[in-house]
Design a binder for this molecule. Structure first.
Ligand SMILES: NC(=O)c1ccc[n+]([C@@H]2O[C@H](COP(=O)([O-])OP(=O)(O)OC[C@H]3O[C@@H](n4cnc5c(N)ncnc54)[C@H](O)[C@@H]3O)[C@@H](O)[C@H]2O)c1
Length: 247
């Protein structure tokens, strides 16, 4: 397995779901993880992972709030000396057909899923540049490519993240920083738990490996891109979807 010993990772949206899976896998790989979330339950998640030997702490941080992100980043550097890895995992959905979608539903998704990358990534980059090393990995989605009924707002942000990734990688590669994203397919999480059983069964039928993905599956996809060994992989979208969508 790829190792992250001695490396410091910020993982956003780690209180549950895919983010929790990334935190677990990164801790098992030896990283020091700082998990951010707006949910208080992030502390409980961090405690559970710490009880199994993980080096993890929780900070309540809203990734859309520039001032608190800046302070939180400075605290990570104060506490741990550096930031090697930023995982922009946090995201939301506000699904509704476009004709019925409210401006608030549109703005919330654009703000949390996309504008937050401006906030978090801008805050960590100076430290990564100074260190001459960094890994920035963001959450796209299969629906960036496939589209989905009721997800014009969400799909727009997830496609934009791929463009952001390809452009930023050209700017910061010279500093030893790589920028990539993961496009999860159909993954079991609180986001998908709210779906009716028949929708889940129909979704699984579309997946050649014959099962829904797990948070840990995603954790390993992120782990590869976060590893030192992936230093020549830059600007890509890793499609982790069990073969569900022909890319
Ligand atoms: N589950 C899937 O099938 C799937 C598929 C493709 C992409 N994704 C993407 O993967 C990421 C994780 O998805 P998930 O299914 O685990 O979702 P989730 O809803 O279970 O978890 C998202 C986490 O982000 C946190 N969060 C939301 N807004 C935040 C904010 N402003 N500041 C800090 N934290 C915030 C939430 O509190 C939550 O803990 C998302 O970006 C999602 O779009 C998920």
């Amino acid at each position: 397995m790829f190792k992250l010993e001695g490396q410091v990772a910020i993982i956003t949206g780690g209180a549950r779901g895919i983010g929790e899976g990334i935190c677990k896998v990164f801790c098992n790989a030896g990283a020091t993880v700082v998990m951010w979330d707006i949910l208080e339950s992030g502390q409980e998640t961090a405690n559970k992972i710490a009880a199994t030997g993980g080096k993890i702490s929780f900070q309540k941080v809203d990734i859309t709030d520039r001032a608190s992100v800046q302070t939180a980043v400075e605290n990570v550097v104060k506490d741990h000396g550096k930031i090697d890895i930023l995982i922009n995992n946090a995201g939301v959905i506000r699904d509704r057909s476009f004709m019925k979608m409210t401006e608030q539903e549109w703005d919330t998704v654009i703000n949390v899923n996309l504008n937050s990358l401006f906030v978090t990534t801008k805050a960590v980059l100076p430290f990564m540049k100074e260190a001459g090393y960094g890994r920035i990995i963001s959450a796209s989605s299969i629906n960036a490519m496939a589209g989905a009924f009721g997800q014009t707002n969400y799909s727009a942000t997830k496609a934009a993240i791929q463009g952001f990734t390809r452009s930023l990688c050209r700017e910061v590669g010279r500093y030893g920083i790589t920028v990539n994203c993961v496009a999860p397919g159909f993954i079991q999480s609180e986001m998908t738990d709210s779906m009716p059983d028949e929708v889940i069964a129909a979704g699984i039928k579309m997946i050649p490996v014959g099962r829904i993905g797990t948070a840990e599956d995603m954790g390993y996809s992120y782990l590869f891109l976060a590893s030192k060994e992936a230093g020549f992989v830059n600007g890509i979208t890793l499609h982790a979807n069990g073969g569900a969508y022909p890319i």
